[in-house]
Design a protein. Sequence first.
Length: 363
Amino acid sequence: MNEEGTRLPPADTAAPDRLRALVLRALGLGDLLAVVPALRALRRQLPAHEIVLAAPERLAGPAMATGLVDRLLPTSAAGRAVPAHLAWTGPAPDIAVDLHGNGPPSHLLLQRLRPGRLLAYAHPGTPGIAGPAWRDDEHERDRWCRLLSWYGIEADPADVRIPPPDGASPAPGAVVVHPGADAGARRWPPERFAAVAAELTARGHRVVVTAGAGEDALARFVAARAGLSADAVLGGAQDVPFDVLSALVAHARCVLVGDTGLAHLATALGTPSVVLFGPVSPRLWGPVADARHRALWHPEGDDGRTRPGDAHGRQPDERLLRITTDEVLDAVGAVAGLPHPQTLSGTPPGPAPARAPLPGARP
């Protein structure tokens, strides 16, 4: 073994029975999209393998939409914990890849399946795994591409794009405002989202407010305060179906969102976005370097720390509160007119009629 690690040999495309590679990433939508570059590298390296992703069942749609996964193995755990069990059946996987964690819980979970090879980060608690060293302050896309590169699988962290969806958008050309996040520390105040939405509407933009399951009251508050009709809200009681959500984002003029999964979907589809950061630096979870994406963050006095706040705190992080509505409006204005990749003409999609009903919107 050299310092680059042991190289993974190319798959035998003439194998009579299909080989199987199991990838563990039992987290959320943003987490899944952050490993698209790693999944694409695995797909290139293992063309004869069935790639099975161990992830929550709700991610079946997004996983298939990447075009990089053959099958989902449903599994989940509370928060960001490692699942206790994988319902794997049949022969042991030929290869298992830990894209979930960096220690014994995820390593041992995969080792119990007795894979032919396990690709994972090194950890003192599992000395039999000779992987690379973990780094705390590393962008999530870079982290998993570096893991694969150590094993000789070339991966490009900027290779984030997924195929555009086939379905029609329920609101082509709209500005999509997503005020929710799974922790209060990463939720910009709803009053500010509403102020931005109201001003964008006054400037002639169609605005749609999206919400995940349980965010109904939040989304309706933003829409009402912005003077939008009830049918401008998508989701809330339940998640927006992924095929509808991806079509909406793919053909949006811009997405305004906090540090959460929808931001990664905009990046994956190449849709202009403005992403608001608070307790965690965009150096760890931000969009790719592209003029279509703006990451706003104000870490004054934080001495260069990448995690100066509590990402799971209940109250909006102080760095998030430093972002003003005027600066968000400026950022949206800067990116909303840039060429949109989902149109053949190279121009952003035009706005739909201002009061066209949204399929699946709240009555």
